[in-house]
Each structure stands twice: as structure tokens, then as C-alpha cells.
Design a protein around this ligand. Sequence first.
Ligand code: F0G
Length: 354
Amino acid sequence: MASNSGILAHYGALMDLPEYSRPVTLLEGDTPLIPVPRLAEELGGGFELFVKFEGLNPTGSFKDRGMTAAISEAAGRGVKAVICASTGNTAASAAAYAARAGMRAVVIIPAGKVAAGKLAGAVAYGAEVIQIEGSFDDALGLVVEISQRQPIALVNSLNPYRLEGQKTAAFEICDTLGGAPDWLCLPVGNAGNITAYWMGFRQYHALKGSGLPQILGVQAAGSAPLVLGHPVEHPETVATAIRIGKPARGEQALQAAEESNGRIIAVTDDEILAMQHQLAANGVWVEPASAAGLAGLAHELCEGRIDVRGRRVAAVCTGHGMKDPDVVIRGWGKPPVLPADRDALEEAILGGRA
Ligand code: F0G
């Protein structure tokens, strides 16, 4: 199997998609599982650490795995338009795959709360973008209603085919490592992805005896309904991708954590940004939400609540850093603009160091 054939060609036999589906692909998946030994040392050492870099999918996030499946099913039954609520990545992905299939894509987003790279993506791929004065949770409630009333297909992760696609990342991790890692860390927002990973690991284990990881799901402290045990009316976090107060698949996420003998925890925005920085210093630039899984691992290690010595840990980094340039530029300060002059540049470069 060619390595860049897309997940339908590679894992289609293991995906529960209707016969009538018509493949719509951008050759998503087959993302690298990057060893990050120095980061493992920085977190205390004595274990193997890998980053599943889902930001290298065609539209820059893991959503493409789910979208190739959902849009293929929709295309197969002649759907002309799709709709989703989104914190940004689902919007860009739905827009791209709908464009590929020749469908309309309508995306509903919380006004002013979507990172620039995601909004630009949705617009570039030709989606009809509607901002609402409300949260992602409000938007999701509305698109569910609209999809029930109108001939327009829902492509949020309530759509079961989304999970069928997203679970293939678990297969890839097992194939690369020769079995499941001991721990899997990942961010949790609407809770589709954690649910999909757990489905994938269980399916592969039943089929191939690949083992099961313990799952550490991580929410942002200002948007942590699964940790608090109740919905959050006004979720806030710098990690806008997971700024979600009423996760649609919350029950399944809690079940995945429990069945895997893992847990769901929360980390602060400072911890998320510090890990984003630390990952970038190891050569992997991800958007803030994508650093949450590893920030959670760091948190648990620091508190002595997790023992990974001699173990293999995989962290899912869900979206590329380029999705949210502003968060980095904000923290950068304003560098001086110098004259185009060698002496001035040498002075700036060598300054106090010469
Ligand atoms: N990481 C990123 C970068 C995301 O965009 C999302 C979700 C998650 C993690 C959480 O995944 O919702 O399956 O638990 N983004 C959705 C969106 C909500 O609209 O793009 P989840």
C-alpha cells in the first residue's frame, strides 16, 4: 500500500462506512510519529516520548481524517450541502473536503474566537462562513436543529462517520510502534477525538492483540466541564480550539478515560503556552490546544501522579502552529526595524556578545 494513499484506501476495510460511500480524499493521514527524546529528558527522562503530529494533514489538523469519511458518505448519498459548528479546524476541513466533492459548506463559528489560520482556510476553500454572537456550544445546538429540519448534512463529530475516520490515527500509532503505547495524551474539546482513539485502539487490539493505552485526556482549566462534572456556560481559554463548555461526546470521553484506566484533567493557559513554547524549542510548532495533551503529561509528572519510567508515551498534537499565528506574535514583542546597513546589523547581531 502506497504510504500516501489516504486513510480510506489504507484502512477502509476497518472503517464502518456504507457501501454507497463515494471516496473524497485529499490523501490525509500517514502523519509522522516524531520521537522527541530531548523533551522526554526535560520532563524527567526515563521514558520514550513520541508526538503524533496531526498538524501535517492536508488542512493542518486531525479533522481531515474524520472529514474524508463523513464527506465520502455524504457524497455517496447525493448530499449537496454540509453544515458544521466549529472553533475553526472543523470549519477549514469541512470546507476543503466539501470543495473537493463539489458541495456547499456552511460553517457557523463563534464571532471573534476563531484563530486567523483557520478562518482564512475556511474562506479560501470557499465555505459560507457565518459568525454568531454566541459560543461553539450555541452554534452546535443550532446546526443540529438546522440539519434536522433542512436537507443539509451535519459533519460535526456527532456524525458517526467522523469517528470512523479519526480512529485510524490509533491504527497508525500501533503500526508504527508495533503495538499501542502505554499512555496516550491528547486534548479534549467536544470529545469526539478521544472517543475515536479509544474505538480505534480497542478495534486494533481485538484484531491484532496490539494492546491498549491508558488515556490522559486534557482540557483547558477555563473550559473543563468533564473535570468539573458540569457544563461550563462561558468557557474561556487561549486554546480557542477547545473553548467548549458542553462536549457532545462527554459521556463517551469519560468512559474512554475510565475503561483505559486513565483520566481527564485540566491545565491552565500558562501551562498550555509554556508547553507550546517547549515543543517549538524541540522543533515541533503546534497550535495552543495541541500542546494541552503534553502540558497535561508534564503536570501529572510534576505532581508525581503518573509513573512512565520505562514506558512509551504518545502525545497527539492535533493542529499545526500556523493555525494560530497571532498567539505567537503577541508574545514576541515588537522587534526594532534597522537601517539596511551592515554595521548596524552586525552591532545588533553581535551586540553585547562580541
Ligand atoms: N485540538 C484541536 C486543534 C481542535 O481543533 C479540537 C477540536 C480539539 C483538539 C479537540 O477535539 O473536539 O474531538 O475533543 N476542534 C473542533 C473544531 C471543536 O470545531 O475544530 P475534540
